[in-house]
Design a protein around this ligand. Structure first.
Ligand code: 2P0
Length: 332
């Protein structure tokens, strides 16, 4: 951070996260208050970060935003909302403008939502630049009003986003807690999703009758999943994660008009994983899938099975981008 009191600049980074128990539905669109708690893993990977630099100086005459080095013609309403909140909280920002420069070290086509890591890094940078009170909670709040799931990228490891009280997030376990847990991301299709998550979850709230049944089950699943993670019980972990993914997509299908994020390859992968899990002679689970609002599977697996499963994926899906083999945590 610059020591010049009139011109200042801060750069912060954050990583994407993948939900194990999905967030779907807002009870408050403006503040982005979720209908249910969610639980995720922040992908603390050396090559997947968003970086945001926020600068301010008396010579600036308006707020500006550069994405991947390109000046954007206008700030999105979400970004304006975040800056409005910072101005409300920071006395020394009332008459000052900012320049925001955001970039990702991973391509948008990687199948990972970059908005979570982008808003998390922006929120942390703004909190630092303007020295806002209660920095952890403030950064979480700012990230959330930018993009709901960004609130989980403010922390590393296993992160819970609460739907109660102030609806903030907290780290439940650091990533080092489960050193042999690995993640394989398979890219079947990297094109833009047919319906944005924001619009789709609103449509779900308005039309799905399964939605309320899902909400009634989420907290119990989260408690059971946290206990499974605590004792590193992969069988229970795998079952809960796969069932929540399928339930989320069933709710999307129950939305009218239906929101269909999975494709034929996704369904094929689901069958493949269950068949592969049957091959363990002790009946133990080897791998678990989860799908976000898209067709690309995120497969959790323990290190002992990772290479074998990756070979299988490369054989069965030779055209998919399956080189993305990431370690969630590295035991080295
Ligand atoms: C999640 N998703 O928990 C769920 C699972 C997609 C499927 O959070 O409107 O981009 O900004 O709050 O955060 C995607 O929703 O939506 C999401 P907004 P966001 O990761």
């Amino acid at each position: 951070m610059s020591t010049d009191t009139s011109s200042r600049s801060v750069t912060c980074q954050a990583s994407p996260n993948i939900a194990l128990i999905k967030y779907w539905g807002k009870r408050d669109e403006e503040l982005i208050l979720p209908d249910n708690d969610s639980l995720s893993i922040t992908l603390d990977l050396t090559d997947m970060h968003s970086y945001t630099t926020v600068s301010t100086s008396p010579s600036m005459t308006c707020d500006t935003f550069y994405f991947e080095g390109v000046l954007q013609t206008k700030l999105s309403s979400r970004m304006q909302k975040v800056l409005g909140e910072v101005r409300r909280r920071a006395k020394d920002m009332q008459n000052q403008f900012v320049e925001i420069r955001s970039q990702n070290t991973f391509p948008a086509s990687s199948g990972l939502a970059s908005s979570a890591s982008a808003y998390a890094s922006l929120a942390i940078a703004l909190t630092k630049l303007f020295n806002l009170d209660n920095p952890d909670a403030t950064a979480a709040y700012l990230a959330r009003i930018g993009s709901g799931s960004a609130i989980r990228s403010v922390y590393g490891g296993f992160v819970r986003w609460s739907s109660e009280g102030e609806c903030l997030s907290s780290c439940v376990f650091p990533m080092e807690h489960w050193p042999d847990l690995r993640l394989i991301i398979l890219i079947f299709n990297s094109s833009k999703k047919p319906v944005s998550s924001t619009d789709a979850m609103q449509r779900t709230r308005e039309t799905s009758t399964l939605f309320s049944a899902r909400l009634a089950t989420v907290n119990d699943k989260i408690e059971k999943l946290i206990e499974a993670i605590r004792i590193k019980d992969f069988n229970t972990f795998a079952k809960i994660v796969m069932m929540d993914s399928s339930q989320f997509h069933a709710v999307c299908m129950d939305t009218y008009p239906p929101v269909i994020y999975l494709n034929e390859q996704s369904k094929h992968l689901i069958d493949l994983v269950h068949a592969y899990n049957e091959t363990d002679e002790n009946g133990a689970m080897k791998v678990a899938y989860t799908f976000d609002a898209g067709p690309n599977p995120f497969c959790f697996i323990r290190e002992q099975h990772a290479e074998e499963f990756l070979r299988l994926l490369k054989y069965i899906y030779p055209t998919a981008d399956n080189n993305v083999h990431k370690h969630v945590a590295d035991s080295d």
